[in-house]
Design a protein around this ligand. Sequence first.
Ligand SMILES: [Zn+2]
Length: 374
Amino acid sequence: MTTIQVGTARASAGQIIYGWLDGVTLPTGGKDRFPVIVAQGDRGNGPILWVTASIHGGEHTGLVVAQRLVTKELVSRLNGTLVVIPTLNPAGLRTKERSPYYFSSDPNRSFPEPRQNGQQPGHNSGETISELEAAYQRIYQAISASGADLLLDLHNAQIGSLPMVFRDPVFYQRGRGNGLNRQEATALQARLGALLESMGFSIINEFAAESYVDKRLHRSVSGAVLNGIGIPAVTVELGSWMHVDPGVAEAALSGIRNAMRWAGMLDDAPEPVTGIPVICPPYPVRRHVYPYAPQAGIVHHLIRPGEPVRKGQPILKMADIHGRPVGENPNGTLYSEYEGYVIAWQHGVVRYQGEPIMVLAIRDDAELVRPYPY
Ligand SMILES: [Zn+2]
């Protein structure tokens, strides 16, 4: 049996153990600490699932779901070990901000570079990494050392957005190196697909590989774990941020337990995911920010998240501040260039020229197994 120790929490068969893992040292004394819950089934061995939440401090559904997931009843029928970090961003959670107040970039782009295998010397030689990145490196190493089999990282997206699970690209190494070879990457992408299917949520492919790396999504929690540790890892989006929808929270609990069934951690039948819309397109879809405001104005949406959209369908009207149509088209109407689904509205109705208005899920023809693009 492997000994699983995460910070001060050491797994014990049939028990729920609570502990802490040190984060950033505060100049005013004390430390930010990551809470840790390690719940292990009676038999001790079995698959290991990590559930992490709230790396963005304004995203609270995952925190609540992580807390509700771990019950004595669940542990009594658990095969394997569940490691839960209810928040990966205690500072941001206190201030309800996406990033910690002491960190200027996105914490969910700050896990170790997958190709570095958790050894993070710095972005450039000679540069030291921030203490938050060092703390995330320790978490990454704890995930790796625990022998984790899969990871789910819980988030919220825009207000009113479709709950969904993202499918990230898997990268392989050309020639010699310590990354996955093409065959291993293909097998991992297939396992990731099976995990996603098991959960019962809408499956949306992440931005295509080059754009994915440009956006530093390979350094998100799930991106780093998927491509660095080489296990299925998923970003789970649970609808509106700063607001816990009870239906979404229940759906998330069902989806996570379904993932546990897929992994062999629970023996009973999969649960139907209810309380949220689920889209089942006949082709793979990827997230695509669209449209962008052709001119400044006020947006009147004609289609909402979860609804299908046809090519040429009117999706919104742009008006001036008096409510009169603006733009080249009659009535200020914008027509979709794509077939797919609306998955989110960007916040608010006021747009400067060039600002994004919606997020669609459109047909994805990109390869999900790619050579490292960086
Ligand atoms: Zn997030």
